[in-house]
Design a protein around this ligand. Structure first.
Ligand SMILES: Cc1cc2nc3c(=O)[nH]c(=O)nc-3n(C[C@H](O)[C@H](O)[C@H](O)COP(=O)(O)OP(=O)(O)OC[C@H]3O[C@@H](n4cnc5c(N)ncnc54)[C@H](O)[C@@H]3O)c2cc1C
Length: 346
């Protein structure tokens, strides 16, 4: 599968990237590629940002994106690295590689759930290339979407790209493609915020507000914006953190279910805890009610089981090529129970 033709833009500074975004991405317009079988293509971005390229490039080969311009932000040094902010947590540049995060002593000591989640992404080579910003902005995935053009054409396309029907939820109008990034559930548990920059300035957003819950327009990011930094607050430091992930091939695969838990205890009781799940909804989600259920209690099998049931109720997995939705929901319950018990173990 060859790459479609595009013009490569290579900014060296953030200012340059922002002005190129403003120049080439000032509007959303129809895909310049030919309409599929007479159907008009849905609106798509004229420009795509590439960071590590580990998700975007395979998707471009599958003709899921055929942008006129690709903005390669990899060389912007100011967006790389992990910095401790005096008394106010940690700042991570969007272009920091997942390997750097996985091996950061500072993060492992103070925000262990993030290093654990980063270490499970794909494979070592992909973690060397892949960035935290790319992981946060990752496109949603579906059996009927992440396929070649020929495959998708054979199935009459789907609601997420070029078609108007959903194969996993026939008759529905919502796209259920799953968000399948590993670090966002950990970041949600840590109450992380992200910084978004454009020619109009810089804004900070709590991570839960970034995701829409819709498989198509899955993130709130304008075509002229890019994610520049991730902030981990001081108040989330020093929690015990666990990440558990279900995948077919342990050495490389995307999660088919993922659970992140953070917990702080005092005198054996849970002082505070948060739980988030991934790969089983169109967005990574904090499980509502989990903190309240755990707070003030001593963790035992029954409590961990109850939290697991709550997480399973929040999960809405749909068909994938491997593993049934029922099995994946059950694994959310099992992994949550195990993660809660592990987080409560000294
Ligand atoms: C075989 C294979 C296995 C994989 N397994 C996993 C897995 O287990 N877990 C997992 O989480 N991921 C997995 N991935 C996906 C991918 O490797 C990671 O999610 C990685 O973190 C993506 O980062 P990147 O920098 O390569 O993103 P890119 O591919 O460069 O970009 C991904 C998306 O984010 C956008 N983007 C990137 N950076 C920014 C930014 N700063 N601002 C705005 N938009 C931006 C791009 O436009 C694109 O839409 C896998 C990929 C492959 C090929």
């Amino acid at each position: 599968m060859s790459l479609p033709q595009f013009k490569l833009l290579r900014p060296r500074t953030l200012d340059e990237a922002i002005s190129q975004l403003a120049k080439y991405c000032d509007r959303v317009e129809a895909d310049h590629s030919p309409a599929r079988d007479g159907q008009a293509s849905p609106p798509t971005h004229k420009l795509r940002i590439v960071a590590g390229g580990t998700d975007l490039i395979p998707s471009m080969r599958q003709k899921l994106f055929e942008p006129q311009f690709v903005l390669d932000i990899r060389h912007i040094a100011e967006l790389k690295g992990i910095r401790q902010q005096q008394g106010s947590g940690i700042e991570i540049g969007a272009l920091t590689s997942l390997t750097t995060i996985e091996h950061s002593d500072l993060l492992r000591r103070r925000y262990p759930v993030l290093t654990e989640a980063a270490a499970t992404v794909a494979s070592p080579l992909l973690r060397n290339m892949g960035t935290i910003g790319g992981n946060i902005c990752l496109d949603t995935r579906c059996l009927w979407y992440n396929q070649s053009l020929t495959w998708r054409k054979g199935c009459g396309f789907c609601i997420k790209k070029d078609g108007d029907l959903c194969h996993v939820a026939p008759g529905g109008t919502k796209c259920w493609a799953a968000f399948s990034g590993d670090t966002p559930p950990a970041l949600l548990c840590l109450n992380a915020e992200i910084e978004i920059a454009s020619a109009s300035g810089v804004r900070r957003m709590p991570l839960p507000d970034f995701y829409t819950g819709d498989g198509v327009a899955y993130r709130k990011l304008q075509p002229n914006e890019l994610v520049t930094r991730v902030f981990l607050p001081e108040s989330s430091a020093d929690y015990r953190g666990i990440y558990r992930k279900l995948r077919v091939r342990g050495s490389i695969d995307y999660p088919l279910a993922g659970v992140a838990v953070v917990m702080k205890r005092s005198n054996g009781h849970v002082a505070d805890a948060r739980l988030a799940i991934t790969a089983v909804n169109p967005a990574p989600v904090l499980v509502k009610g989990a903190s309240e259920l755990l707070r003030g209690k001593i963790v035992d099998e029954a409590l961990a089981e109850a939290v697991g049931n709550l997480a399973a109720k929040t999960a809405k997995p749909l068909t994938t090529s491997a593993l049934t939705p029922e099995y994946r929901r059950e694994m959310i319950r099992v992994f949550t129970k195990r993660a809660v018990l592990a987080a409560a173990t000294n």
